[in-house]
Design a binder for this molecule. Structure first.
Ligand SMILES: Nc1ncnc2c1ncn2[C@@H]1O[C@H](COP(=O)(O)OP(=O)(O)OP(=O)(O)O)[C@@H](O)[C@H]1O
Ligand SMILES: [Mg+2]
Length: 88
């Protein structure tokens, strides 16, 4: 049985150490694609910090952390944010 990530809110730690992660990346993908501004009005321990940490890993293009998850073959891993333009 996989270890439960009790008290762990860092996505990379959960994935690297093989803790159980319930795949929320389909919802995360839809949030990114369809909306603009969100207010995370959720009670304690509902996964807000882990969500933000997952977004950070996504926008940093940490592809290897997402292997086996919904978003893996849907995300453009060539883009890293912030996108720095050097052609000034
Ligand atoms: N998708 C998930 N899969 C597995 N465990 C999860 C998932 N989302 C949250 N958890 C677990 O639930 C617990 C609470 O998550 P987190 O700390 O992100 O919540 P929070 O809403 O930020 O809580 P708080 O309001 O206390 O700051 C943690 O142990 C975390 O690992
Ligand atoms: Mg939190």
């Amino acid at each position: 049985m996989q270890k439960l990530p009790v008290g762990i809110q860092t996505f990379s730690k959960i994935r690297e150490k093989n803790y159980l992660y319930v795949d929320k990346t389909e919802d995360i993908f839809n949030l990114i694609e369809n909306g603009e501004i969100y207010f995370l009005s959720r009670p304690r321990r509902f996964g807000k910090s882990l969500l933000v940490s997952t977004l950070e890993a996504l926008f940093s293009a940490k592809k290897e952390l997402f292997k086996g998850l919904y978003i893996y073959d849907k995300w453009d891993w060539n883009k890293k944010y912030p996108v720095i333009k050097l052609d000034f």
